[in-house]
Write a new protein. Structure first.
Length: 539
């Protein structure tokens, strides 16, 4: 079972989005937004970045948003993403060749690359880095990303093999990855910052995260308490970033981070939900962008309660999701009008259409049609219990009861919730998704194909399975995207979930920051980043 998805969806600060490169600044006189031209990008200065609860500088352990951001600064992955299309682009690898059956990928490493310690990057380093993530002793939440590599089960699950057989070094600059089934999205998966490349001799170092040696645009310098200093690595790529250094300030919550920004003690920070309006007035809305994250209420189709699709349709029509967004999420989210988040390349606006329209009269009619004898089954609403989620669950309960569906709240402590979803008997249950890679595949295949471990709704339709498997095997990007959109429509016809919210990224940058841009996976792009003031660093 993947550990990362539920942790993010059930209460993490959602920190991802697709932003456009911007050169902007705002004044701080009053609450208004006063923009001024920062001029041409200039070199130098130390950018101060506030992050929340960074857990590790080891990319294999980047299960939280702040650690993922740090990994993206310190490490380069085998593949990167095009900032506009989100297609796979060169990273450590300059190019790759793919077999016709989409099961063998040969990557060619860029010539002349070096790690932060000056040692050369070669194919053996790539093999060791990926194998390290998959190794059971690493206990990386990202290990399932490599589960299709040949030999994964023997290496990770059964522990009968001492290496990941599908990773094969051809020579110093070439590595072949062999898969157990067709998977055209492998390059996208390999762009995840948590799969960053590190020196092979450090791959078995249990203390690697204390003083990491990376391959990215910034080099780890030192950590003093809650302040981590990273300096520009000139050998990464000349001109890769304008700033001389980044200070990462680790704080306990978004409120503390935003207070540092307001006081002028950091330059970039996340914005707490109740400060979105103020942040927009002070700093503009450039940091408020779509994020590849959604929240649903799933329907356990293994329960006889949801056997009749008309009850599932009635539930979706009954719930006033606009009211829920207003009560709980505010400007941090929009009503989900489909399964996919707006930042995902295959997203189609209003994919659900009339099927997800708030229509209590239609819901009432569907209930009466499905249960003409009036014996409507009671629906248990399962959720992780905190104030916010209790508000959501209570609103759903009220809406269902209003259309004749009896409903009971069934709260669970957060620590018990994931085990309950996996091993218990949930009915209408809260769950969510944050992308490991920018594709509909990461949601649709992972959650709705019959034999997938994350298929908590127990959805099983042969035609949907076939559609999604054919998409994975399709080499042509346009045809592949169309199949995912068709699969989404097939799923929405059957409604195994109640879509709730699609999230918006919330970040702000101070008046002296130019080129502010968030990447699709929620990290800070340093490509165009610059400071229009002298360097100010920690005392």
């Amino acid at each position: 079972m993947r550990k990362g998805w539920l942790v993010w969806a059930l209460g993490a600060v959602l920190l991802a989005g697709v932003g456009a490169a911007l050169t902007w600044a705002v004044g701080r006189d009053g609450e208004g937004t006063a923009r001024r031209d920062l001029g041409e990008p200039r070199e130098g200065g130390t950018l101060r970045l506030a992050v929340v609860n960074l857990q590790s500088l080891d990319p294999a352990r980047s299960g939280d948003a702040a650690s993922l951001m740090a990994a993206d600064l310190l490490f380069e992955s085998l593949v990167s993403y095009d900032p506009k299309t989100l297609e796979a682009a060169p990273g450590i690898a300059e190019s790759w060749d793919v077999s016709v059956d989409q099961r063998r990928f040969t990557f060619t490493i860029r010539e002349g690359l070096v790690f932060h310690d000056g040692s050369a990057v070669d194919a053996n380093d790539v093999r060791a880095s990926l194998q390290r993530v998959a190794a059971p002793d690493t206990q990386s939440a990202l290990a399932p990303l490599l589960s299709l590599v040949t030999g994964y089960a023997a290496f990770h699950d059964d522990k009968t093999a001492d290496k990941l057989a599908g990773l094969k070094v051809v020579d110093d600059r070439r590595l072949t990855i062999e898969l157990t089934q067709p998977f055209s999205h492998l390059p996208l998966v390999l762009g995840n910052p948590g799969l960053g490349i590190l020196p092979s001799e450090r791959a078995t170092d249990p203390a690697f995260g204390d003083a990491p040696v990376g391959s990215g645009p910034l080099r780890f310098d030192e950590r003093q308490g809650d302040v981590i200093t990273m300096t520009r690595f000139e050998e990464y790529a000349p001109g890769a970033t304008w700033v001389e250094a980044i200070e990462v300030h680790v704080v306990a919550n978004p409120e503390a981070a935003f207070a540092l920004l307001r006081d002028g003690d950091v330059d970039v920070s996340p914005v707490p939900p109740d400060q979105v309006g103020r942040a927009a007035a002070l700093y503009g809305e450039a940091g408020f962008t779509p994020v590849m994250a959604t929240v649903f209420y799933g329907m356990n189709l293994a329960s006889p309660v949801f056997e009749d699709v008309r009850l599932r349709q009635a539930i979706v029509h009954a719930v006033d999701r606009d009211r829920i967004i207003g009560l709980v999420y505010g400007d941090a989210a929009r009503v989900a009008d489909g399964l996919l988040a707006p930042a995902v390349p295959e997203f189609v606006d209003d994919a659900c259409g009339d099927r997800c329209e708030y229509d209590p009269d239609r819901a009432t009619a569907l209930v009466r049609e499905a249960f003409p004898d009036g014996k409507v089954p009671e629906v248990n609403i399962d959720f992780d219990d905190d104030g916010r989620q209790r508000t959501v669950a209570s609103a759903i309960q009220s809406d269902l009861q209003a259309v004749g569906i009896p409903a009971k709240l069934r709260p669970h402590e957060f620590k018990d919730y994931l085990p309950f979803l996996v091993n218990g008997d949930p009915q209408l249950f809260r769950f969510g998704w944050t992308a490991d890679y920018p594709s509909a595949d990461d949601l649709l295949y992972r959650y709705f194909v019959t034999d997938q471990v994350d298929n908590l709704t127990h959805f099983s339709v042969r035609e949907v399975d076939q559609k999604l498997r054919s998409a994975r095997a399709e080499k042509d990007p346009a045809k592949r995207s169309e199949r995912y959109r068709e699969a989404e429509q097939m799923l929405l016809d059957r409604l195994p979930v109640l879509p709730i919210a699609q999230f918006t990224n919330r970040w702000a940058a101070g008046p002296d920051v130019g080129g502010f841009e968030m990447t699709p996976n929620g990290t800070l792009s340093v490509t165009n980043l610059f400071l229009a003031r002298p360097s100010r660093s920690k005392a």
